[in-house]
Design a protein. Sequence first.
Length: 394
Amino acid sequence: MTRSEFVKVCGLLGVSLPFQSFFTSCSNDDNGNPIDSSESVIIIGAGPAGMAAGHLLAQRGVNFRILEASSTYGGRIRHTTTFADFPISLGGEWIHVANSILPEIVNNPSTQITTQTQGYSNQDPVGYFDGNTLTMSTIGATGGETDLKFVGSSWLDFFETYILPNVQSRITYNTPISAIDYTGDRVTVTDTNGQTYTADRVIVAVPVKILQSGMVTFTPSLPSEKQNAINSVSVWGGFKAFFKFSEEFYPTYLAFEDSQTEAGQKLYYDAAYAQNTNSNILGLFTVGQQAEPYQNLSGNAQRDYILNELDTVFGSNIATSNYIDHVVQNWNEETFAKGAYIVDHEDWRKVRTLGESVANKVYFAGDAYTDGEDWSSVHTAARSAKRAVQEMVG
Ligand SMILES: Cc1cc2nc3c(=O)[nH]c(=O)nc-3n(C[C@H](O)[C@H](O)[C@H](O)COP(=O)(O)OP(=O)(O)OC[C@H]3O[C@@H](n4cnc5c(N)ncnc54)[C@H](O)[C@@H]3O)c2cc1C
């Protein structure tokens, strides 16, 4: 859901080695001139932004390498295919814009995109629980919903099908970067094992929470305006849970009094919506303060807290008695994410500053580093990658 749509639903309800040799010695350019195909680019992070940036560089014939901290690609669009007979998105799930974003990311008119998406119907039921009473309504009556679901796939599947083939051979895994030195003509990045990698330019595509944590140092220091924006931007923590039930006793969306506040968000939703499945899977999406009660628990206590909450809303012990299985994802505990995303009500000027390149050598791509118009989503991550590459390549 986009920020404004969430408000609608809730509010209207009342509510180096191989790599170093890979690169040839290149001409340098720190005067703002476009990169040419003899130059090389290091991309740090193989989430949607890093993959999208690599894909666009590959299309332009520019030499690049993606250095990824973890053992796989995808970042916060991770999914699981073992919990149900369709992919369950543990992070980014909905398409917050028209599905023309998919060909926009692929950026190649001759590629036929077969990914299926589906929107919501105005007749879909929506519940609102005020702490005492459950009131039922419909999506139409609460202002409509424009978000799209993937049908039988996910954001990760989309990237695996259309983007990854162009970048996969260029990704080096298990390579957490800890330092970026852009003092000289070229950029040298160092991983946590002390291995160094050199290129003409670098695209930083790691979550802003990673930069806030100080995991990656910059030499020389980033301009103070940039560093201040990094330090002061507010990032919500995030948690998702998926519960499998023997009966579908819940509506398409279930909102609460605190579903949308400046402190965070919380919503239950039918995660099997639009899927070709007989499984009944209820999702819980929550960020910020609203996520904390769940994040503070673990194991059976966490499971029972959620079941009790649902029993309180729907009565008759219905969640507990229909419970089959569940899976949770706490993004605060992910070493290479450390949280969910920048808060919705952040100052757009700060986000715009985050998106600006430094010294024509250090570029930023990702859901935190946009033009300030929108942020915190897969499509904004992909668009910021395009912006960084366009700025670099001209
Ligand atoms: C709970 C939750 C729900 C969400 N729901 C939606 C939704 O419905 N729709 C939507 O569009 N978006 C949603 N999002 C946001 C979406 O997932 C992100 O905007 C998107 O994944 C950002 O992509 P990115 O490439 O900028 O960052 P990431 O996906 O975080 O990728 C960054 C990559 O950098 C790597 N990395 C980190 N540190 C280092 C390092 N030091 N060195 C090397 N590599 C490093 C990471 O391992 C990761 O692979 C959600 C996110 C969360 C957490």
